[in-house]
Design a protein around this ligand. Structure first.
Ligand SMILES: Cc1ncc(C[n+]2csc(CCOP(=O)(O)OP(=O)(O)O)c2C)c(N)n1
Ligand SMILES: [Mg+2]
Length: 222
C-alpha cells in the first residue's frame, strides 16, 4: 500500500477508500487534452463502489469520454463486512449503466480472462470510446490485517477459495499446455529472489530523518 513510482506511471496508492478513482479520471483527462495515447487504470475494492467518489468519477469519465479503466477487485468483503450487507444488487458491474459506460464482470482468479477484458477496455479507451468498469470476482485468502481473528467467515469458505488460487490455476494450465516444469520452477525462483532482494533492501535501509516528515505533502507550513 501507498507505493508511488512516477517513472513507471504509478501515480500512487492511497489509504482513503475510493480516493484513487477521481485521480485516475484527472490523469485520463490530462492524457486526452494533451493528445497522448495514454490510458489511466485504477484498482479498488467492492466497498469502494459505495463511496461518492466512485459515482462522481464514473459519471465525469463517461461525460468526458476519458481514457480510463475502472478495475474493481470484488473480493466479497470490505474489511469484515460481507458484500451481502454492503449492497442490494448482485452485479457491481451493473453500476456502470447508471452513468453510460460499459460494465463487465470477469472471473478475477483467471489470469487470462482478466488480461483479455482489460486489454479490450484499454483498447476502447485508446480509440477514444471512453471508460469501462471491470468487476473481477475474487476472494481475499488472508485476513484484512495482521491479527484479524476472521470470525466473520467460515474456514470452509476460505478453503473453497484457496482451491481456486489464481496462481495455482495459471500454473496448472501452463503445465497442461506442455510448458516444461523446469521453466516454471526457474521463473518462480527468479521471482522469489527478486522479492527477497527487495525485502533485504527495505530492511537494511536507514530510518527516515524526522526532519523529512513534512516534505512532499500538499501544504507545508513556512
Ligand atoms: C474513506 C475511508 N473510509 C474507511 C476506511 C477504512 N477502511 C480501510 S479498508 C476498508 C474496506 C475497503 O473495502 P474494499 O473497498 O472492498 O477493499 P478491499 O480491502 O476488500 O480490497 C475500510 C472501510 C478508509 N480507509 N477510507
Ligand atoms: Mg473488498
Amino acid at each position: 500500500m501507498l507505493l508511488t513510482d512516477l517513472s513507471v506511471g504509478n501515480l500512487g496508492a492511497t489509504g482513503i477508500v475510493a480516493a484513487g478513482l477521481p485521480i485516475a479520471v484527472g490523469a485520463a483527462l490530462s492524457a486526452k487534452l494533451s493528445r497522448q495515447s495514454k490510458v489511466a487504470i485504477t484498482f479498488f475494492g467492492d466497498g469502494a463502489t459505495n463511496q461518492g467518489a466512485f459515482h462522481e468519477a464514473l459519471n465525469l469519465a463517461a461525460v468526458w469520454k476519458a481514457p480510463c479503466v475502472f478495475f474493481c477487485e470484488n473480493n466479497q468483503y470490505a474489511e469484515m463486512t460481507p458484500i451481502s450487507k454492503e449492497v442490494a444488487i448482485v452485479s457491481l458491474a451493473e453500476r456502470a449503466c447508471a452513468y453510460g459506460l460499459p460494465g463487465v464482470t470477469v472471473d478475477g482468479n483467471d489470469v487470462e480472462e482478466v488480461f483479455k477484458v482489460t486489454l479490450e477496455a484499454v483498447q476502447r479507451a485508446r480509440e477514444g470510446d471512453g471508460p469501462t468498469l471491470i468487476e473481477a470476482i475474487t476472494y481475499r485468502l488472508s485476513g484484512h490485517m495482521y491479527g484479524d481473528p476472521e470470525t466473520y467467515r467460515s474456514k470452509d469458505e476460505v478453503q473453497k477459495w484457496r482451491e481456486r488460487d489464481p496462481l495455482a490455476i495459471a500454473r496448472n494450465r501452463l503445465i497442461e499446455r506442455g510448458t516444461p516444469i523446469d521453466l516454471i520452477a526457474a521463473v518462480e525462483k527468479q521471482v522469489d529472489a527478486e522479492i527477497q532482494e527487495a525485502v533485504q533492501r527495505a530492511r537494511s535501509s536507514p530510518e527516515p530523518d524526522p526532519e523529512e516528515a513534512e516534505l512532499y505533502v500538499y501544504a507545508r507550513p513556512a
